[in-house]
Each structure stands twice: as structure tokens, then as C-alpha cells.
Design a protein around this ligand. Structure first.
Ligand SMILES: Cc1cc2nc3c(=O)[nH]c(=O)nc-3n(C[C@H](O)[C@H](O)[C@H](O)COP(=O)(O)O)c2cc1C
Length: 159
């Protein structure tokens, strides 16, 4: 079974999890990068990123290589911004028609949880089959055995 992990990460938590999952499942790793970077300053990131997520913006992405036909399973990873998934992933979902594909979702948050974001992603994936979801609490900034166990369980179910 061929798997892709497609993700966006501003500060490395989602990247950390994406890399772990890709290594564990021997999956291709595809990082999404907006054409124009989001600020990373402590206040400005919340202002600009939060606004962009609330407005459901679709920022232009730098070119990426992805051919959905190559994959049996596509895993999508995103941080949570203002209770929802991030704009770069929204752009990806609008650019790619993943109808009929098997999809797993994971989201990284800092305590607010990610349960509201999965239904929102599913709205854009209504013709795909969502097989698993995983919520992770800042896996890189706040490492824990719980997080490692959750990642391992998620991978086991997807194997
Ligand atoms: C603009 C912005 C908005 C955020 N909004 C939320 C939120 O609503 N709920 C939450 O739990 N965490 C929120 N966070 C925290 C991130 O989701 C969390 O730290 C995540 O692990 C970051 O992933 P990354 O390091 O891959 O960027 C927000 C972070 C940013 C930058």
C-alpha cells in the first residue's frame, strides 16, 4: 500500500508528527508552504494566522509534487488555528480532488482540542473515505509518552 503524508506546519509540531508517521509507514512526505510566509512573531502569528483561518483564506502555495493516483492512502496534517484547520491545507483541498480516496486526518493543537476541525475538513472531503483521525497536543513543544503512543496507535490502525 502506498501512502502520502501531506502537511503544513508553522512552528514544527505538525512537521514533527508528519515525519514520524511517514517514517513509520514508509510514506512519501509532502510539505505545503504558502507563497507568502505567515509571521512567526508571538503576537503577529496569532493575528495574521488567526484571521486567515477565520476568513477561510486560500493562500497561494509554492509548487509541490503530488499525484493522488499514486496513493492508496493520503494522510493530511495541520495545526489548529482559531479552532479550525489551516489555510494552506484549505488551498490544497481546493486544488486537489480527493474524491474516492482513503484519507486519514491529524491535527496539532495547544490545548483547545481539534474535534471541531475534523468535521470542517470532512465538508471539503465529502466524497472521500475518512478512515482515522488523530489529535495531538503540541507534539514537539510538549513531548510526552502519551503523544508517542497516540502516533503509534494511529499508524498501527493505518497499516
Ligand atoms: C494563528 C494561530 C492560531 C491558533 N489557534 C489555536 C486554537 O484555536 N486552538 C488550539 O488549541 N491551538 C491553537 N494554536 C496553537 C497551535 O495549533 C499548536 O501550537 C500547534 O501544535 C502548532 O503546530 P505547528 O508547530 O505545526 O505550527 C494556534 C496557533 C496559531 C499560530
Amino acid at each position: 500500500m502506498k501512502t502520502a503524508v501531506v502537511y503544513f506546519s508553522l512552528e514544527g509540531n505538525t512537521k514533527y508528527a508528519a515525519e514520524k508517521i511517514a517514517k513509520r509507514l514508509q510514506a512519501d512526505l509532502i510539505e505545503l508552504s504558502p507563497n507568502k510566509d505567515y509571521p512567526t512573531g508571538s503576537v503577529s502569528k496569532f493575528v495574521w494566522g488567526g484571521k486567515s483561518a477565520v476568513l477561510a483564506e486560500q493562500p497561494r502555495l509554492l509548487p509541490y509534487e503530488f499525484n493522488k493516483d499514486l496513493y492508496d492512502l493520503i494522510i493530511l496534517g495541520t495545526p489548529i488555528w482559531s479552532g479550525t484547520f489551516t489555510p494552506p491545507l484549505r488551498t490544497f483541498l481546493m486544488e486537489q480532488d480527493l474524491s474516492g480516496k482513503k484519507i486519514a486526518l491529524f491535527a496539532c493543537h495547544s490545548g483547545g482540542g481539534s474535534s471541531r476541525s475534523f468535521p470542517k475538513m470532512q465538508e471539503l472531503l465529502e466524497h472521500s473515505e475518512i478512515v482515522e483521525t488523530l489529535a495531538l497536543f503540541d507534539p514537539k513543544a510538549k513531548p510526552s509518552q502519551d503523544t508517542e503512543n497516540l502516533i503509534e496507535e494511529f499508524c498501527k490502525k493505518l497499516q
